[in-house]
Design a protein around this ligand. Sequence first.
Ligand code: PRP
Ligand code: URA
Length: 237
Amino acid sequence: MTEATTSSGGRPNLPMQGVYQPSRDEVLNLPRVHISSHPVMAHKMTALRDKNTQPPVFYRHVKEIGALLAYEATATLALESVAIETPMGPMIGERLAGGIGVTPILRAGLGLAEGFREVIPDAQIWHLGLRRDEQTLEAMEYYNQLPHRVDLQVCYAVDPMLATGGSAIDAINVLKRRAIPRLCYVGIIAAPYGLLKLSQTHPDIDIFIAALDESLNDVGYILPGLGDAGDRQFGTF
Ligand code: PRP
Ligand code: URA
């Protein structure tokens, strides 16, 4: 939904009109922000952004990009030693120390979470439903399946689009109530405005994205972006 929405009075509602937005250059070197530079990622991103890419293929690309992002975002996970027997004899191997959580922000985060599961099949999936009000651009929680018992070393909040940052900030706020030792946000495309807001509001998390775009339009959509990530995954145009 990239057209200007209308309020009940029929006047266009342009929540980002006139709002100051930082440039791409201003946010390129924020601490704890990791922007993928992998050529395979760049290749898949072009296919994802193309308006002719249809939902089944779009979903597959989101999943594959999710797997690539998972690989990058898990590079510093803690390991512990474990004694095993190979067919040739005993050895001390390593395994991930503690559980891994993935929180897909519904609904667009579902494809990314599937990509994470390809890399970490035994990750716990903690569903969180947030819907952005298109008039105010504020996120509202409508679904929460976060368990109360926490035994994770890290939890990744995953959502393809970081636009104003409202949804990501709220998701991290919700996860912080669970006292998880380490939190990360993983997204596909960020706008400088949302990236700066998320980084300033939650300076203690790592942020992994596949691409940093130019700006938000007057109704809060990312430019050049890819349109509506939820609609394009699930065919709800
Ligand atoms: C989209 C997107 C993010 C959010 C980003 O979700 O998937 O969750 O908007 O915008 P923000 O940074 O300004 O908060 P949406 O609320 O449209 O729901 P959907 O995933 O169900 O399509
Ligand atoms: N949500 C989307 O799906 N796309 C955008 O560009 C912004 C928010």
